[in-house]
Structure formats: C-alpha cells, structure tokens
Design a protein around this ligand. Structure first.
Ligand SMILES: Cc1cc2nc3c(=O)[nH]c(=O)nc-3n(C[C@H](O)[C@H](O)[C@H](O)COP(=O)(O)OP(=O)(O)OC[C@H]3O[C@@H](n4cnc5c(N)ncnc54)[C@H](O)[C@@H]3O)c2cc1C
Length: 581
C-alpha cells in the first residue's frame, strides 16, 4: 500500500488511541480499506510479541499485576464484604487480548438483536455474525472430537480451535451436564449456545501459541503506523471538533480526519472526561472545564458475575497446578513446549454449559420475582434484559458454567507450608449472564496518571445476589453428579461445612468476582437514554471523534465478550471506510 506521506509533521488522517483488541482490528482494516490514508495507533504499552508470558498459552495469567497490566481496582464493593476487586487490562500491544484467558465464543441471536432494538439500526445478529466470522480461522483437528459445521469462520486472522488433549476432568464435564438434563451442542457459536460443549480457544495449532489481535498486523498496509509506550492524556478539541490528541508528555499529534478511542471500557471514558466530555458534576469535581455535556460517559457499567467451588483432584490425574509447586516438572514441561512436543503449557480450553435457570434448578419462580424487583423499569437496558430473562423461548441463557483446570478460586493457590499446598485442584466456575447492577467508572481528579474510580456495584440488587448464590450451589451439584465424582477426592472451596442459605450467602459476598467483562461505559444508545455514541459510534456533540471498543456495547450478552469486540471493530471499519471512500 501507498504510505501516503505517513508520519509527516506528527499529522495523520486517523489517530486510534489504544493498540488493543479493537484498536489493532480497526487500524488494520482501515489501512486496507483506505490505502491512501495514514493511520496511527498509539499504544501505552510496549510491543510484547517476544514475551513468552504472552505467547505460551499455559503461562496465561502470569502477566497479571505486572508491568503489562493496568491493574485497575474497584472501589470497595459494599455488598461484597467491602472488598476491592482487581480488573486486569493489557498495557501492551494487543491490549487485553494479550493477557486474557483465551475463551472464544458467542452469545445468542436475540441478544445482539437487542442492541438494535435499543435504538441502534444495523446492530443486530444479521450484521454482527458475519463481522465476527470474518475475524477467525477455525482449525480442525484430524481424528479428534470436533465442532459441528455452522458457527465458525475460516480465513480470518485469529486462529481458534478446540482443546487438543482434554484431560479426564474435562472429558467428564460434558456427560455430567448431560446427566443434569443439558443437550450436547456441537454448534454453539451459531447464535444458539444453550447446552454443553467444548468451545474454541484462540490458539495457533501450528506452534501452540496464543492467537490475539496482533495477528491482524501482517495484513495491514505500510500506511498503518504504531507508536509504542505513549500514553494519551486527552483529545484536543477546537470548538466541538476533535483535531488530534495530546500525549501525557505534552506532545500533540494531529488527526486530519478522525480520532478514535479504543482504550477499553475502563479507560476510554477517562480520556473523554479528561477532554471535558462528560457529566457536569464529575468534571467539576475533577477541576476540568466541561466542553460537551454528555451525562452517559462512564455510566451503564455492566459485567458478568463469577463465582466458583474448587475440588482436590485425584492424585493420579495430572492437572495444571503441578506447574505451580513442582519447578522441576514445570521446567521439563516448558522445554517440551519449546520443542513442539505435547506439554501442559499447550493447554488452552475448557468444557462449558449454558442454561436457563429453569434447566438448572427446575423452579425458577423466586429468581423471576427478584429479577422483576431488581430491574429499573425506567431504564431501557434493564427492561430489555428483563424481557429476555423472563422469556423462556428467548434462547438466551441465564447461567454459564465452566469446568476449569487448576485452582481458580478467590483465595489463590494454597500458600507453601499450608495443608493445601502441593496438591492439584479443579475449579467449577459459574457466571451470571444478565446481572441488573449497572455501575460507573469516572476520573479521580485531573491527573492522567491517576487510576479511575470503578464502581460496578457487584451483587447490589436482590436478583444479582440470589442468582450468584444459586449459580455456586449448582456447581456443587455438578461436582456430585456422575461421572464427575470420578476425578476428585474432596471439596476445597467452600468446603462441606457450608450448607445453609446464610452460609452460601456469606461465601458469595466473600468470593464473588468479575468474569472480566466490563462494558457499556460509552454506550451506543440514544442520547436521551444515556448514550455516548450513536450507531456510527460517533460521540454525541463532537465532530471527528468515535469510540470503538467494548465500552460501546449497550447491553451485556451471554458470552465472553471478545468476539463481540472484534466484530464491533470490523463493523466500525466498514462504517468509517464507507464515509471516506
Ligand atoms: C483477565 C481477563 C481475561 C479475559 N478472558 C477472556 C476470554 O477468555 N474470552 C473473552 O472473550 N474475553 C475475555 N476477556 C475480555 C476481553 O479480553 C476484553 O473484553 C477485550 O479484550 C477488550 O478489548 P478492548 O479493545 O475493548 O480493550 P483492550 O484490548 O484492553 O485495549 C485497550 C488498549 O488501549 C490501551 N490504552 C488505554 N488507555 C490508553 C491511553 N490513554 N493511551 C494509549 N493507550 C491506551 C491499552 O494499553 C490497551 O492496549 C478477559 C479479560 C480479562 C481482563
């Protein structure tokens, strides 16, 4: 492609803030669609492509809390025993796709259609599905358990595939959930995810490495420029037009056509607020002059609630925890991985179940009543969630369960010197798909180096609390349903002493966690309903400024959200290119 005078005078046609999941997808597609334009992606973190903690699937999690993680804690969560809960966010090329947990799945037709029904023409399953398929390349494994046909894409940049050598604690998962009444669903990415199944993980079978948004870059033209280790302070506004950005070191970069924020749901609202776009009260408190009154900025924060029980694995079964306490074994496994041989470090993927409450517990009347009490009927997002939840035929599950390998509880793997150390575990995770709490993320003063105030209000509605309790109780039921008891010897979390409703409630308050899916904080909604961007992802009241990342999702859906984020970026590229062609 023609570089078109790229890099001259610190001036570009498009400036994308954030080289993460959405940012690299969008940057690459814009460079392809608009070969004469110069596109700059500014990333706060380093390149990271040579860092094995990123590219070895079995080392996922090892970057949490380090220099490649923004590590954004919530404010104390009042309903969750006043705990602060850490949100990990990639501060590296690839963003959160460089440190996430590899799950690749989709929600249901009705939920993507809900985005359109909330006032966003074109944002429906019919358009999102092809956009999401374009992202991926599904790899089939000769002679192994297979996915069906419908629901996966081929030829896209991100390689995905099912787990290659599922251990017994995963292979027992699917028959266990079948014994609990779920059907096996071999095409769970086609808009109908109810049932039990393996789902793909993002991984390249060829060399057993993490596949992530950097895999778009080889497809970009040389009109895509990436600037590393540079943090954007704010958008430069001249009257109500975005003319570029200002970095934290004071350097200015011009955008001749547009500035696009792809900082992610916990950081894009911050850039808007630091630029004077947002709620009057928030800006005043931070000492920032309001330029555009946009009360929705940083509001509407939604997330999936996660909870789990854990079990000590039978000693004769090999699990992932051995890598934590047996350094000799870990070194041998890493060496096997490096030589391309079967290794625990290849491990990517889990077994799953998605279901309505009725399927999980028979009588769902209490949760239905609590849902009606918890929904704010003056809010269209809540009304939509409630209607999906109460509709037995919506096809949208209320509960997700995951058979996970290793200890993934809230306490952390048992410390050296304690009785639990040196043992292996399995974790049965559960996620509440449509909680009603909607929280917020706002700046805490005008210094760009200060972390935002994040308040998701976890389990603050009666439905959210009871749903999380029912979810965790269901995981114990799974553990005790054949054939799953074949793989474990003892319940570790919470332990058999926890039996009564009050004890479970305490366990939930002490252990509820994020499923890492914060979204909705620059919502694509009509302005009168708290919207920040319109259906073209343009920020209301500002020319030349869009947001393209997880923050635009107006209503949470019943899936891990990265496929939606990639799909949104693919669609955004088409929308933007159509304007400038
Ligand atoms: C621990 C964890 C596990 C997860 N696991 C899964 C999973 O298994 N499956 C799934 O589907 N989803 C998962 N998710 C969610 C998913 O990965 C994210 O929702 C998605 O990657 C978000 O994409 P994004 O483009 O919105 O933001 P990001 O990918 O976070 O990109 C934002 C980028 O902007 C940069 N940035 C921010 N502010 C600035 C600034 N001021 N200046 C310059 N650059 C800036 C950041 O450094 C980052 O690179 C997980 C999330 C986490 C945290």
């Amino acid at each position: 492609a023609d570089a078109g005078g790229c890099q001259s005078n610190n001036s570009f046609d498009f400036v994308i803030v954030g080289g993460g999941t959405a940012g690299l997808t969008l940057g690459t597609r814009l460079s392809q669609h608009l070969p004469k334009d110069c596109i700059l992606v500014i990333e706060a973190g380093p390149d990271g492509r040579n860092d094995q903690r990123i590219y070895v699937p079995g080392l996922r999690g090892s970057t949490f809390g380090g220099s490649l993680d923004w590590l954004l804690p919530t404010v104390p969560q009042l309903a969750a025993s006043k705990r602060t809960i850490n949100h990990n966010r990639g501060k590296v090329l690839g963003g959160t796709s460089a440190l996430n947990l590899l799950v690749w799945n989709r929600a249901t037709v009705k939920e993507y259609n809900a985005w359109e029904e909330l006032g966003n023409p074109g944002w429906n399953w019919k358009n999102m599905y092809p956009a999401m398929l374009k992202v991926e390349n599904f790899q089939r494994q000769a002679g192994k358990a297979q996915y069906g046909r419908e629901g996966v894409g081929f030829g896209g940049p991100i390689n995905i595939g099912l787990i290659e050598n599922p251990p017994p604690h995963l292979t027992t998962g699917i028959p266990t959930l079948k014994n609990l009444g779920l059907r096996e669903n071999l095409e769970s990415l086609n808009g109908d995810n109810i049932g039990t199944m393996y789902q793909p993980a993002m991984q390249r079978y060829s060399n057993h490495t993490r596949a992530y948004s950097v895999d778009y870059l080889p497809r970009a033209g040389n009109n895509l420029i990436i600037k590393y280790n540079a943090t954007v302070h704010k958008v430069k506004l001249v009257r109500n037009r975005a003319t570029g950005i200002v970095l934290t070191n004071g350097e200015e970069i011009k955008a001749k056509k547009e500035v696009i924020l792809s900082g992610g749901s916990l950081l894009s609202p911050k850039i808007l607020e630091l630029s004077g776009i947002g709620q009057k009260g928030v800006l005043e408190k931070a000492g920032i002059k309001q330029v555009v009154h946009l009360p929705g900025v940083g509001e509407n924060l939604q997330d999936h609630l996660r909870i789990q029980t854990t079990y000590e694995l039978k000693p004769e079964i090999l699990g992932l925890d051995i890598l934590k306490y047996n350094t000799t074994r870990a070194a041998i496994e890493l060496d096997l991985w490096k030589r391309g041989q079967t290794s625990l470090y290849q491990y990517a993927g889990s077994a799953y179940g998605f279901m309505k409450w009725k399927q999980a517990m028979g009588d769902d009347s209490k949760l239905r009543t609590l849902a009606k009490e918890s929904a704010d009927m003056s809010n269209p997002v809540d009304r939509k969630k409630l209607s999906i939840l109460l509709d037995d035929k919506s096809g949208a599950p209320d509960l997700e369960v995951v058979f996970g390998d290793g200890y993934i509880g809230t306490r952390g793997y048992p410390a050296n010197g304690t009785a639990g150390y040196g043992k292996q575990y399995v974790s049965l995770l559960a996620g509440v798909m449509h909680p009603f709490a909607r929280g917020s993320v706002h700046i805490n003063g005008s210094d760009p180096a200060t972390k935002p105030l994040i308040d998701p209000r976890y389990i603050s509605t009666p439905y959210d609390l009871e749903a999380t309790k029912q979810a965790v109780m269901f995981t114990r039921k799974m553990a005790n349903t054949a054939p799953y008891p074949d793989v474990w010897v003892k319940e570790y979390d919470p332990g058999s002493a926890v039996q009564t409703d009050a004890q479970w409630e305490k366990y939930v308050r002490d252990n509820v966690f994020t499923f890492y899916h914060p979204l909705g904080t620059c919502a694509m909604l009509p302005k009168k309903h708290g919207g920040v961007v319109d259906p073209h992802l343009k920020v209301y009241g500002v020319e030349g400024l869009r947001v393209v990342d997880a923050s635009v999702i107006p209503m949470i859906v019943s899936a891990h959200i990265q496929t939606a984020v990639y799909g949104i970026a693919e669609r955004a590229a088409e929308i933007i290119a159509a304007k400038y062609h």
